[in-house]
Ligand binder design. Structure first.
Ligand SMILES: [Zn+2]
Length: 621
């Protein structure tokens, strides 16, 4: 069965044909079995139960790190850990205030109250800024501490829907209107917004809520100390973002800029780097570049594959590797004809041999992917026969079947493991993180950045809920090709977003369906021509994912040794183009062990090293 379609992928897409089609579906009269006589995968891949992440996993490192003083383990602390990890602030979690006050920067989380901190602890913490340290605290609710932070009263409420940054050195980098004013909820649709704490009587607040109370206060002490009170729970906001649970904050679906989480991450990084003349942080882009650009293509239509070879030829000519998410559709149904046949396999092999990454785009490409049964984990080709019967009706399909059978077929085609996944229509079931984990994937691109409120990678958690982190990351779509206005009219807007992201090392994920070559390839060429001269990094989801996963496990500690500074990196996953932001005036004097490559660039020091411990020596002027 043939039909014209403009290809379909993104969640808001209404362009897929078939909407008005008869509701009865054909049995699979035409099958395009690409591999006769082969079945698999052989081994079962059931989903493992969750393993709760203990906070003690993060209780290591020296006093150069930010100390997160955890006052309540029943909080969004895992989100806070992922927030600090994402923006590259070295941190350690402790429940011992005596340990915390040894650090130059102390962050009390999730609250400061008489119930969670003793008078002795409060006294010691209050001394941190007076002694030149930086004290950050979330929800400062205890009487007496208000004087330390410089406000009169703390008022918890669920009636605050927006926040505006003040004109302070901490927020000078927020220049875009989408950064200056941040939405925290939708008053029209939500009777109650997220809990926030507003502070009254604060001089020169860093940020102000829509009810006039301060959202972020800052009191500066002599000797370089400062005390900063936050009224927005960044840990909870990070979980909302990384678990894809925002329903009311984002105003846009794709192709826009809604950096609600990112401005808070940037604020924390600015505070950390400004707190100590020896502060070192991790960069967010490989090789000291300013922007990570991931060109991705979804193959969900027969004629997209030959077109894809044209895209790949261009990309290869530019020395760029892109990711092709390929649907392995071998049954004909209401959605489309089976097109993953021996010709398709040859084309996938050609893409692979051109240096492109082959990811999975499911078997059935069903709109019901987010409501399908999870499955058993022993679904096997060719017995696994998912059929789309109508827009919202699917038979014989499971989440695990879609993941493992598509990976099996693509592995048969290329001989390489399939590590990256994107669902059709960006339909995202709650079980997706643990289902990806079970079936051998490491990376996904299953969200839009606008919906995730972030233009940085997302650290995935079991069930998309707090509790158990997984070693998996999602790289949400920034720019797609199906929304209005038509793509050719959106080049300037896309480049404007890229420029915003360059300011803080964002991730710019572009989704182009190769169902059309002409204007879409021209769009890609224009993007490459504009972004590359500005120092953007280009690579596949898999390559960037490997960088990001290794970076997430990296520990950074700084020690003083006379006029030298020793930076110790714990890199259990190795380091590949890892970038360190180091203080101006430091000069790289050496790197150990032998074989470690370290080079100073304008953006910082770029390190490539084998797994283990790396020691960098700097002369500090
Ligand atoms: Zn698609």
């Amino acid at each position: 069965m043939r039909r014209l379609r403009v290809a379909a992928c993104a969640g808001a897409c209404l362009l897929a044909a078939g909407v008005a089609r008869a509701q009865s579906a054909p049995r699979p009269a035409a099958m395009s079995w690409p591999f006769r006589g082969i079945s698999g995968p052989d081994s079962a891949t059931p989903i493992a139960p969750p393993v709760p992440t203990p906070w003690t996993q993060f209780d290591s490192g020296s006093t150069s790190r930010l100390a997160l003083l955890l006052t309540d383990t029943a909080s969004a602390w895992l989100g806070m850990a992922h927030a600090l990890e994402t923006i590259g602030i070295p941190f350690r979690i402790t429940r011992d205030w005596r340990e915390a006050v040894r650090h130059r920067v102390v962050f009390i989380y999730p609250d400061v109250s008489g119930a969670t901190l003793s008078p002795e602890a409060l006294h010691a913490l209050a001394a941190v800024p007076r002694q030149g340290g930086t004290l950050i605290a979330n929800e400062v609710l205890v009487g007496g501490m208000n004087q330390v932070f410089g406000f009169d009263r703390a008022i918890p409420a669920r009636s605050r829907y927006a926040l505006q940054w003040g004109a302070t050195p901490l927020t000078a980098a927020f220049t875009d209107s989408a950064e200056r004013t941040i939405r925290l909820g939708d008053r029209a649709r939500e009777p109650e917004a997220q809990w926030t704490v507003g502070y009254t009587g604060a001089a020169d607040p860093v940020a102000t809520f829509d009810d006039g109370t301060a959202a972020v206060t800052r009191r500066v002490f002599g000797g370089g100390g400062s005390a900063i009170a936050l009224g927005v729970d960044v840990g909870a906001l990070c979980l909302l973002s990384h678990d894809g649970r925002d329903e009311y904050i984002s105003r846009i679906y794709a192709d826009g800029y809604e950096p609600v989480l990112d401005v808070f991450l940037r604020l924390l990084r600015t505070i950390y780097l400004g707190a100590d003349s020896d502060a070192v942080a991790l960069g967010t882009v490989p090789d000291g570049r300013s922007l990570a650009v991931l060109l991705t293509h979804d193959i969900d239509y027969r004629y997209s594959l030959p077109n894809a070879l044209t895209y790949a030829a261009y990309e290869r000519s530019q020395g760029i590797a892109a990711t092709y998410f390929v649907q392995t559709k071998y049954l004909t149904d209401w959605e489309d004809e089976g097109f993953f046949d021996s010709v398709a396999v040859t084309q996938v092999r050609a893409l692979d041999s051109m240096g492109m990454e082959i990811g999975s785009h499911t078997v059935a490409h069903a709109r019901t992917f987010n409501t399908m049964p999870t499955g058993t984990g022993d679904e096997r080709y060719p017995d696994y026969q998912p059929l789309v019967l109508a827009a919202n009706r699917t038979e014989g399909a499971t989440v695990l079947g879609e993941l493992r059978v598509s990976a099996f077929l693509l592995h048969q085609a290329t001989g390489k493991p399939v590590l990256s996944f994107r669902p059709g229509y960006l339909r995202n079931p709650w079980v997706l993180p643990q289902a990806l984990q079970a079936t051998g994937y490491r990376y996904s691109s299953s969200f839009t950045a606008d919906n995730a409120l972030s233009y940085l990678p997302l650290h995935l958690n079991y069930d998309r809920a707090p509790g158990a982190e997984l070693p998996l990351f999602d790289f949400p779509v920034t720019i797609e090709d199906e929304e209005q206005p038509p793509l050719p009219q959106r080049l300037g807007a896309a480049l404007a977003i890229a420029r915003r992201l360059e300011a803080y090392g964002g991730t710019f994920v572009v989704l182009l369906h190769p169902n059309v070559v002409s204007f879409k390839l021209a769009f890609e060429q224009a993007l490459v021509d504009s972004l590359r001269p500005q120092g953007a990094w280009f690579g596949t989801v898999g390559a960037f994912g490997a960088f990001w996963a290794a970076r997430a496990r990296t520990g950074v500690d700084v020690a003083e040794d006379g006029g030298r500074r020793i930076v110790t990196l714990d890199v259990p996953g190795g380091a590949r183009g890892l970038t360190l932001a180091v203080p101006a005036g430091w000069r790289l004097a050496g790197a150990e062990p032998a074989g470690t490559r370290a080079a100073a660039t304008a953006a910082g020091v770029v390190v490539t090293a084998a797994p283990g411990t790396v020691r960098l020596v700097f002369d500090a002027r």
